[in-house]
Structure formats: C-alpha cells, structure tokens
Design a protein around this ligand. Structure first.
Ligand SMILES: *Cc1c(COP(=O)(O)O)cnc(C)c1O
Length: 388
C-alpha cells in the first residue's frame, strides 16, 4: 500500500479492499490500477527485467489482485486463478498416490466432482464426514492425511464447520486445514486467523460480486505451501487474464458495503420465509433456531447472504413457485448484486448421485437463494407472490 502512515493501527478492511496492492501508477499517476494487457515484457538486457517476463508466470494486474486478496484474508501470500476450481486443483497438486483427504460432506458440487472423478482416480483417498461433526474429522484422520477440506457455511444447507476446532485436530494429526471461504467472504470470516492453513475462493461469487467474471484465488501464510502452489500455478497455467483480474479488483473494492447489505436483506428474507405456511424449513445461520447459530455468532462477523429453504408440496410446488419469480432470476451461481434462486437438486448439485444427495438433505423441494442488494421489500414481495 502507498502512503504508509506513522500510526500503530493497520488500515481497516474496507480501506484495504480499495487500496491494498494498488498504488497510483508511478509513470502516469493513474489512480485506478491499469490493465496490463500484455503477454510479454521487453527486457533491458540478458537477465535484466522489472520482475515480469511472461504473463503466465506473472502479470502486474494479477499481482495487484493477489496482494489485495491476501491482505483481506490476513494472509502473507495470495495467488489468483482462472476459476475457483483451478485454485482448488492447485491446492490438490501437492498430493501424491496414497495421500488422504478428509472432507466435509456438504461440498460444492464441482468440488465433489473434482474429488471423485479427478483426484480419486489418481490414487488419492477421500473420506467424507458430517460437516458439523468436529470429532468425525479427527476420527477420520490417518497417517496419510494431508488435508482436511472444509467449506463453511456449506452449500446449500448452510451448515457450519468449527474452524478453530477442526484446525487443531488437523494439526494434531499432522495435516493441514483448507477452508473454502466463498460463502462468507473475508468480510464475515477469516479462517487463517482461526488456525486454517489455506483459504480458497471462487472469486466468481461475492469477491467480484457482479456476476461478470469466473475466477478463483487461494491465500496462505505458509511459505512452503506457497512455493509449491506458485510453482504449480506457472507449471499448469490456470491463470486469469489481465482484464478478468482487473474486473475482480474493481468488484472487490465494494465488498464491505455489499456484504453488509446482502446480510441485512438475507435476514429479512429468512424471517419472512420462517413465517410462511408453505415453507417446511429455513436454513440461515443468522436465525436463532439454526443449529449452528451460536458457532456462527462466535466464528463469523455476520451471517452472509445465502438462504436455503425446503418447500412443502414437493417438486410440483417448487416448479410452480420458481416460474412465478420476477425479481429473483432462476440461475446457478451466487454472490452477485442481483438476487438468484437455484434448485440445487437439478442445477448446482445435479452431478451428485441422487441417493448421496438426498442422504445429505439436498431434497427435490430445496431452493437456495442468493439474496442480492435490491430493496428488501421487492425481494419479499416477489417471494410472497411466488409462494402464495
Ligand atoms: C462456485 C464455487 C466453487 C467453484 O468456483 P468456480 O469459480 O465456479 O470454478 C467452489 N466453491 C464454492 C463454495 C463455490 O460456490
């Protein structure tokens, strides 16, 4: 960051979201960090460069994003990728045949597919445990376990993992804890401060926040892991282009204000749904009757913008309701300023076998809302009209 002040207090989150890694351009004074749309860099002589040689290995716009995201997670290092799954693949790249992962059982569908169809066939074992059962993670550890992989709150049931307790269990067993922080964002939850070793984000979601980029990132303060991940990022090459990196930099500037509004609207929607006669169950960690409400209050700084609910009347009722929505768009993805409604069983979680899905509570009558930052009155009126 430019302008280091002579004060003890580090700059606060909302300020770092706007400034970290993005000093004014020294040659032109440009206030907003430029898009370095270049693949290569002219060298002054053999071995003489300004820190950049080829944009797969490093690009200034991507580097600014990596610095900014690392700052927000309280990490020493950050790496940006072409998608969240590319960031996950990088984290998994250090595993070898015979290694073992313990994972929470309520994972993003694409992560589950990556584990089962790509990682397992390469000889890595994966054990799934109930996401909120801290003791189960501990019991599943073996001498071969390299990572515990946790997503919290989970998708789509918004179950919480006790990050501090699971980190302790991981370290006691010689493993490291990876937390997918996509749903909470560093504004509401900073896993590294709670003992996690690596954080992964789909920046496609809240970090960018405008539903116009696919991207991913990982953050860590572990220098050894960072070196291995940096090697893989360059060796495998799943990097974002300069323009996408710039869009995410632009989006993340407003993360603090967006997250506050997402959470306020989500709470209003969750309360409305809780009182609706056609709704069987509402999943939102901000509700006092959510089983992980106390943990959420302790571990998070807010409850986020995702709300799931189970409708009475099964699939036919769900089909009728989603047809009537006007403000909520029926769409995959989440975390943008606009409200989305998703049917996990047929959309995001369709790649999970039905028996596995149902056993985990992802029923045919479950709907997941990504509550946007429109006026909450319009969101509630839309849901009321669809459900009544
Ligand atoms: C979307 C998502 C991912 C995957 O990210 P992509 O950017 O789509 O590759 C991983 N984890 C969670 C929780 C997600 O929501």
């Amino acid at each position: 960051m430019s302008n280091q002040r002579h004060t003890e207090r580090p700059m606060a989150f909302a300020t770092r979201a706007i400034h970290a890694g993005q000093p004014a351009d020294p040659t032109t004074g440009a206030t907003i960090f430029p898009i370095y749309q270049t693949s290569t860099y002219t060298q002054a002589g053999l071995g003489e460069n300004k820190g950049f040689e080829y944009s797969r290995s490093g690009n200034p716009t991507r580097a600014a994003l990596e610095t900014c995201l690392a700052s927000l997670e309280g990490a020493q290092f950050g790496l940006a990728f072409a998608s969240g799954l590319a960031a996950e693949t990088c984290i998994l790249s250090v595993l070898r045949p015979g290694d073992h992962i313990v994972a929470g059982d309520d994972l993003y569908g694409g992560t589950y597919r990556l584990f089962e169809r790509v990682v397992r066939p390469m000889g890595v074992e994966i054990t799934y445990v109930p996401a909120r059962d801290t003791a189960a993670y501990q019991q599943a550890l073996t001498s071969q376990t390299k990572y515990i992989w946790a997503e919290t709150p989970t998708n789509p049931l918004l179950t919480l993992v006790d990050i501090a307790a699971v980190a302790e269990a991981a370290h006691a067993g010689g493993a490291q804890l990876v937390v997918d922080n996509t749903f909470a964002t560093p504004y509401f939850q900073r896993p590294l401060e709670l003992g996690a070793d690596v954080v992964i984000h789909s920046t496609t979601k809240y970090i960018n926040g405008h539903s116009d980029v696919v991207g991913g990132a990982l953050m860590t303060s572990n220098a050894e892991l960072f070196e291995a991940y940096t090697f893989y990022q360059n060796a495998a090459g799943g990097v974002p282009g300069a323009f996408d990196a710039w869009l995410v930099l632009r989006g993340v500037k407003t993360l603090a204000v967006r997250m506050r509004q997402h959470a306020e609207n989500a709470m209003a929607v969750a309360q409305f749904l809780s009182e609706h006669p056609k709704v069987r169950a509402v999943y939102y960690p901000g509700l006092a009757n959510h089983p992980d409400h106390a943990l959420a209050t302790r571990q998070m700084h807010g409850y986020g913008g995702m709300v799931s609910f189970d409708m009475k009347g099964g699939l036919p009722a769900v089909k009728r309701a989603v047809k009537r929505l006007r403000v909520f768009a029926l769409a995959e993805s989440l975390g943008g300023i606009e409200s989305l409604c998703c049917h996990p069983a047929s959309m995001t979680h369709a790649s999970i076998p039905q028996e596995v899905r149902e056993a985990r509570g992802v029923t045919d009558s479950l709907l997941r809302l990504s509550v946007g930052i429109e006026d909450a009155r319009d969101l509630i009126a839309d849901l009321k009209d669809a459900l009544d």
